[in-house]
Design a protein around this ligand. Structure first.
Ligand SMILES: Nc1nc2c(c(=O)[nH]1)N[C@H]1C(S)=C(S)[C@@H](COP(=O)(O)OP(=O)(O)OC[C@H]3O[C@@H](n4cnc5c(N)ncnc54)[C@H](O)[C@@H]3O)O[C@H]1N2
Ligand code: MOO
Length: 415
């Protein structure tokens, strides 16, 4: 480890400290999937809005239990959608979801009755007060807090908000991110044949695909050669597009063409750190541009880019979205794992389930930072801290999902 590589925890502290709190904006519920609430939602109504029947059957009344064998006059019929009705002492034929006629307090299912004549019914079972009645406000009471700030909205929340008649919610504005790939070896057009020495740009498309899933809006995407002037112009276009964050890939290491650190200085940027004690992605650079725009200079190797997004950019996005920092799951290793000490490793991994449904994490073969095939097989990141070297099979390791907003794995609270 070179002397000046920062511990990950310290680097993360700097990133979180530099990240601004969210701006709020209104969002229609019909378009709010994946957005993050910045204020709690309180219900203005009762749910259900009125007492209604849980069964197709007959609604009736009584002082206490009405015994089996009782015969009643059928006074009327009430279907879902029918309005107010005033009942007498008899029974009302009623459908599931229909408003209980005023004066009645219980429902017997139709299969527990015998129709004696068009307007007469006999009960084949006793009926207790409140039986088969879904009372107003029993699911949500008016004034109740139903969703907390920091909720990432999923279809289950949309169901609730729609049922409550909520038209729009206050959510965190999406952080605006620009992506700049550097390297004169890069080819963007998949139709173009590669010249000797050229490779296809995969980091740019990876970031442009991953950032929206992480809650950001991608406002600018560009590729530049190894040229500080072209890079400076791309940075200016990124700012003009309104970026709050610029994510670059490449040109932050020790090579002759690794111009990003100097180019940033000449743009008036403040470098907050350069080099972190991690693998992959050690030469990662983080800075702040004039105007407060954050700059993540990710090392060019593709897995360094993936780690930079997952463990540096996403934590910053969480602050900007009003989300608490993630806590990893702790999962047993399926095989022993050894690494060299003093660097924190972020490992392409797979969470697997055995026949009994128990989870174990497998560190995949091919951890080198140029190897992208194993990333396509990975569904998680296993993290081994700097001060650990040998881990036996069964040792618990920290595991993070592929992206911070994926909701396929159980969270800490088990929800
Ligand atoms: N003498 C040293 N050399 C290197 C060191 C070091 O400490 N001393 N660190 C190595 C590590 S670790 C990394 S990571 C890389 C980071 O280098 P750069 O950020 O300067 O990145 P480049 O040199 O521009 O590219 C590295 C590698 O990645 C490929 N690349 C770049 N951009 C893309 C892209 N958009 N899509 C796909 N692949 C990309 C590029 O062709 C290179 O192969 O430095 C090591 N060297
Ligand atoms: O940090 Mo580099 O990504 O190890 O190859």
């Amino acid at each position: 480890m070179s002397q000046d590589a920062l511990a990950y925890e310290e680097a993360l502290r700097i990133v979180l400290g530099a990240s601004a709190k969210p701006d709020a904006e209104d969002c229609p519920v019909s378009a709010c999937l994946g957005r993050v609430l910045v204020a709690p939602v309180t219900s203005a109504v009762d749910l259900p809005p009125f007492d209604n029947s849980a069964m197709d059957g007959f609604a009736l009344r009584g002082d206490s239990v009405v015994p089996a064998g009782t015969e009643l006059l059928v006074e009327g019929e009430q279907a879902a959608g029918d309005g107010m009705a005033q009942a007498g002492n008899g029974a009302w034929e009623i459908m599931t979801g229909a408003r209980i006629p005023d004066g009645l307090d219980r429902v017997i299912a139709v299969e527990q009755t015998e129709r004696l004549a068009a307007s007469r019914v006999r009960l084949l079972a006793e009926v207790s007060p409140g039986q088969n009645v879904r009372t107003a406000g029993s699911d949500v009471a008016r004034g109740q807090n139903v969703l907390d700030a920091g909720t990432v909205l999923e279809p289950r929340h949309v169901m609730l908000l729609a049922a409550l008649g909520v038209a729009k919610v206050s959510v965190a504005a999406r952080p605006r991110v620009a992506v700049i790939s550097t390297g004169r070896e890069l080819v963007d057009d998949p139709e173009r044949a590669l010249e000797p020495g050229q490779i296809r740009n995969s980091n740019g498309p990876y970031l442009a695909a991953g950032l929206p899933l992480a809650g950001a809006e991608v406002v600018h995407v560009e590729t530049v050669g190894d040229n500080a002037d072209a890079f400076g112009s791309a940075m200016r276009r990124a700012m003009q597009a309104g970026a709050n964050i610029v994510v670059t890939s490449g040109a932050v290491s020790m090579g002759r063409y690794d111009f990003v650190p100097q180019a940033l200085e000449s743009l008036g940027a403040q470098t907050l750190f350069h080099r972190v004690a991690i693998r992959p992605g050690k030469p990662l650079l983080f800075g702040r541009l004039p105007g407060g725009v954050l700059l993540f200079g990710l090392p060019g190797n593709p897995i360094a880019v993936a780690v930079g997004l997952r463990f540096f950019v996403e934590p910053a996005l969480r602050v900007m979205l009003g989300l608490a920092q993630e806590k990893p799951r702790r999962v047993p290793l399926s095989k022993p794992y050894s690494k060299k000490p003093r660097l924190r490793f972020h490992l392409k991994s797979r969470l697997n389930m055995d026949g009994q449904g128990r989870l174990a994490v497998e560190v995949l073969e091919g951890q080198e930072s140029y190897r992208i095939r194993p990333l396509a097989d990975a569904n998680a990141w296993a993290v081994v801290p700097a001060d650990v070297d040998d881990l036996p099979a069964g040792a618990l390791v920290e595991v993070y999902g592929s992206g911070h907003l994926e909701f396929s794995l159980p969270s800490e609270s088990g929800l």
